[in-house]
Design a protein around this ligand. Structure first.
Ligand SMILES: [Zn+2]
Length: 271
């Protein structure tokens, strides 16, 4: 089998990201001889059976998970307490930050206290503070969106990287997985938005989503395949009422009234 065929077989094993494991080799049927690891979005496989030629390396796309795990390792410890940096100022202190939240339909979520949004004067970012899943009065991290084109990366994660940013109301029975924090805020009067920020679903995301009766996947238009992958992952986790929501544009470009029509308007097409 050539490399490409081998890669196809190994990918077909659907080994989750950041996993190293031993399993029976699908090429030589060797018992527990195949080692596969999927660290940093790569796939490395190797069979220890002497006569087996299974061996290869596939370098995956470098997504946010990779960037975070490679360049920000020192902050990676999720048990460390997050202290809101002094450089986080009130939103009113910066016009660009205020303009950003207006333009991206976060203003309502912010003014009603559904989202904690600040301005990081040090990094020139509008920052969305992440509340703890169990204790919403505690912040465990933040996500900052660059307000100028030279700041890299566009989205920066402060503190804990495992807890999702979410925005909604306690009475919500429905949640939607969205790409970024602004979209989570934009939907938050109608249903709870949960931002995954270009990463894959983490255990804490799935744990958090368990409380909802219905879950939509509302990722960017160009992330359709990813939407279905995420839906399948949630279903195999045991969440059954999961639906991919086709979008004509990013949710952050819609106001509450439009979001309401999008989700409640079709009440008669309920399934
Ligand atoms: Zn083998």
């Amino acid at each position: 089998m050539n490399y490409k065929q081998q890669l196809e077989v190994v990918q077909g094993l659907f080994i989750p990201p950041d996993t190293a494991m031993r399993l029976d080799c699908p090429f030589c049927n060797g018992k527990n001889t195949l080692s596969v690891d999927t660290m940093n979005n790569n796939i490395n496989w190797y069979c220890f059976h002497a006569s087996c030629s299974a061996k290869g390396k596939y370098q995956g796309e470098k997504n946010m998970d990779y960037v975070n795990s490679t360049f920000k390792k020192k902050e990676e410890n999720s048990d460390t307490e997050f202290i809101v940096p002094d450089s986080f100022k009130i939103l009113d202190s910066n016009d660009k930050a205020k303009k950003y939240i207006h333009k991206n339909n976060c203003w309502e979520a912010w003014s009603w206290g559904r989202a904690d949004i600040k301005y990081d004067v040090k990094q020139d970012r509008v920052v969305f503070l992440i509340r703890d899943n169990e204790d919403p009065t505690t912040f465990v991290g933040a996500v900052g969106r660059a307000l100028n084109s030279i700041t890299y990366p566009k989205w920066y994660m402060y503190g804990n990287k495992d807890v999702p940013f979410k925005c909604g109301l306690p009475e919500h029975k429905e949640a939607i997985i969205v790409e970024d924090c602004a979209s989570a805020c934009a939907v938050s009067n109608i249903l709870t938005g949960v931002a995954i920020l270009g990463t894959s679903l983490k255990e804490s995301h799935k744990q958090y989503l368990k409380q909802y009766d219905k879950i939509y996947i509302g990722l960017d238009r160009d992330a359709t395949k990813k939407s279905y992958d995420v839906a399948n992952e949630l279903k195999s986790y045991g969440l059954q009422n999961v639906h991919v929501k086709p979008l004509s544009d990013d949710l952050k470009y819609f106001n509450t009234k439009e979001i309401k029509e999008m989700f409640n308007g079709g009440e008669n097409e309920k399934r």
